[in-house]
Design a binder for this molecule. Structure first.
Ligand code: SF4
Length: 208
């Protein structure tokens, strides 16, 4: 399984997005409504990478527009990061889910899906070429830094790694959906504050 044959070489973001709508690099395209490609400023200094689109994103065709996305927008604003300074995308571009009655329940993508979809993420990284890549959650971190990476151990600090044909600067933090899953008030407030702190660090690294 690989998206490689569907990815046009040296294409800009608009062309990549259009081409991704025809991707059959793995089986996830079939039950999903549509591909959800990256969005935002293709010249942004910060590129945020999440896991995969959710139910709302799948229906609207845009990344980070559901509940986790709204929390992320709030955290970005609190970290004084302007919308025009950000490009957001996901490691996997189609929604993976299981059906429970009529409800579509999020299912974590497999390593094989992350690998299959990797050529799209590599192409976005090459084209946007951000000052800093923010990895939101374990799936994004594993996609770019490998299976040994641990968010709990390595979040919030600058990492340099060879990714998508260049040495890149990255920082990992929690996925905003993990903040939403923190059930009680104090836990959720702490998880949110840690996300904002990591985003502030990211902004300062991107600027410096
Ligand atoms: S998830 Fe990625 S590799 Fe799989 S079909 Fe969608 S765009 Fe292609």
């Amino acid at each position: 399984m690989s998206a490689a044959e569907y990815v046009p070489t040296g294409a800009d973001i608009a062309t990549l997005r259009e081409a991704a709508s025809r991707c059959r690099g793995c089986e996830l395209w079939e039950p999903a409504t549509q591909v959800v490609f990256g969005a935002g400023n293709p010249r942004a200094p910060l590129m945020l990478v999440g896991e995969q689109p959710g139910d709302v994103e799948d229906q609207r065709g845009l990344p980070f527009v559901g509940p986790a996305g709204q929390l992320l927008q709030r955290a970005l604003a609190e970290a004084a990061i302007a919308t025009e300074d950000v490009y957001v995308t996901n490691a996997v571009k189609h929604f993976r889910f299981t059906l429970k009655g009529k409800r579509r329940i999020h299912a974590t993508p497999l390593v094989s899906h992350i690998k299959a979809c990797g050529p799209w993420l590599d192409a976005e990284l090459s084209e946007v070429d951000p000052e800093l890549v923010v990895l939101l959650g374990a799936t994004a971190a594993k996609a770019l830094l490998g299976n040994d990476f641990r968010i709990t151990r390595d979040r919030g600090r600058l990492i340099e790694a060879d990714v998508a044909g260049a040495t890149r600067r990255l920082l990992a933090t929690a996925h905003p959906s993990a903040v939403l899953r923190a059930t009680d008030g104090p836990d959720r407030a702490k998880a949110y504050a840690e996300l904002v702190t990591d985003l502030r660090t990211a902004a300062s690294l991107a600027a410096g």
